[in-house]
Write a protein that binds this ligand. Structure first.
Ligand code: ATP
Length: 362
């Protein structure tokens, strides 16, 4: 049996509770010897104590471990002098330093009544947002100009290499999937504002070039404003959506809302050599310490991590464990007894975690 060292960073707010929940489920699914979890400091609270949001030791561990599992980082009151939040720097630095260019955010409806949308059943919403994660507007983070307290600029950055690789990633993903729920068509939607800005027109033209390599996947386009309507009115049309960094950030929160909220939205940030897995949500300071956070997003991100590791290392045991965790989440939700609060139930974070562990044994 192969062994994998996983670097965990629990972080701030609900980060520790959801990260510990995922570790418990992952150990239950794989046995305690296959995965070795090593916890490292990082985040806004650590910055307050030490002056460093991502200590060198943590970064080194992330670089050398098989994968990274993260809870969440950020405290609204911990900011830099320019007003931006310190906590976000943890994963932003990891994204840029480890070149995690594809942020993969699956949006899947497990049960119709979790959705605020009318007449939607399980499986009606099942698409993946691939958010470009190292360029776009957020590439200017910490590098924009603030002049005399009168002028501020941030620059949107796009490179041919950056767009090509994320577009190719999205096409490959669509190729492996079963198509959009409404018609079974493998479809890659390019989300941009190509009608307004050159950068987005460039983004679209490179996606068009890459599309020539994928005649079996239909290419589709949506402006970032229009897609906010489509994701509400006809979410079943979507299969894979590729978007610039900030647009991907925004539409993935919208997508999460249509399937129940941030508590059920996993995320994997992938490069050619490293993978970082965390729920798509933030540190949720409003519910910290109450044991009411949903651990599902982080648990599903943990399953995603196993699948990614399993594919990379040709390890069928890990892929099997990922499938068992996903089934256990589905079973727990379908039993209807232990439902987290954000999905309309009353279960605590620890109750949900225990139920998933129990169902893993079933
Ligand atoms: P970030 O910008 O760091 O992504 P954010 O400002 O978008 O963070 P979140 O921390 O994701 O905000 O929280 C948004 C809302 O979703 C809050 O009301 C929060 O309580 C809720 N939320 C986030 N994560 C969870 C969770 N795991 N379980 C339940 N509710 C959650």
């Amino acid at each position: 049996m192969k062994k994998y060292e996983i670097a965990t960073i629990e972080g701030d707010g609900i980060g520790p509770e959801v990260c510990q929940a995922a570790v418990q489920v992952l150990k239950e699914a794989c046995g305690s010897s296959q995965l070795v979890f090593n916890d490292f400091p990082g985040g806004a609270a650590h910055y307050v104590k030490s002056g460093s949001v991502l200590p060198e030791e943590t970064y080194e561990a992330c670089k050398t471990s098989a994968a990274i599992l993260h809870g969440a980082a950020g405290l609204p009151e911990v900011t830099y002098p320019d007003g931006t939040e310190v906590g976000n720097d943890l994963h932003l630095q990891l994204r840029f330093k480890l070149d995690l260019y594809a942020n993969v955010r699956p949006i899947r409806l497990y049960q119709g009544d979790f959705s605020p949308l009318k007449n939607r059943a399980a499986g009606d919403i099942d698409y993946i947002i691939v958010r470009e994660n190292t360029e776009g507007l957020y590439a200017s983070r910490g590098a924009g100009i603030l002049l005399r307290g009168e002028v501020a600029t941030d620059t949107l950055v796009m490179t041919r290499k950056g767009v090509e690789r994320v577009a190719r990633f999205a096409f490959e993903l669509s190729r492996k999937r079963h198509g959009a729920p409404v018609d079974g068509v493998k479809r890659m939607t390019v989300c941009d504002k190509a009608n307004i800005l050159r950068t987005y027109a460039f983004f679209r033209s490179i996606c068009d070039e890459v599309a020539l390599e994928y005649p079996d996947v239909a290419i589709d386009y949506a402006y970032a404003d229009a897609i906010t309507v489509h994701l509400v009115k006809r979410p079943d049309f979507y299969d894979v959506i590729v978007a610039e960094n900030m647009f991907g950030d925004i539409i993935s929160d919208l997508g999460a809302a249509t399937v129940g909220g941030m508590g059920i939205a996993p995320s994997g940030e992938l490069g050619d050599h490293h993978g970082l897995f965390q729920g798509a949500h933030g540190s949720a300071p409003d519910i910290t310490g109450l044991n009411v956070a949903s651990p599902l997003a982080t648990i599903l991100s943990g399953a995603f991590m196993l699948r990614w590791l399993g594919d990379r290392h040709a390890d069928a045991d890990l892929i099997d464990a990922a499938a068992r965790i996903e089934k256990s989440v589905e079973l727990t939700l379908s039993q209807g007894q232990v439902i987290p609060r954000d999905l309309g139930g009353h279960a605590s974070c620890t109750d949900v975690t225990s139920a998933i562990c129990r169902n893993l044994k079933a």
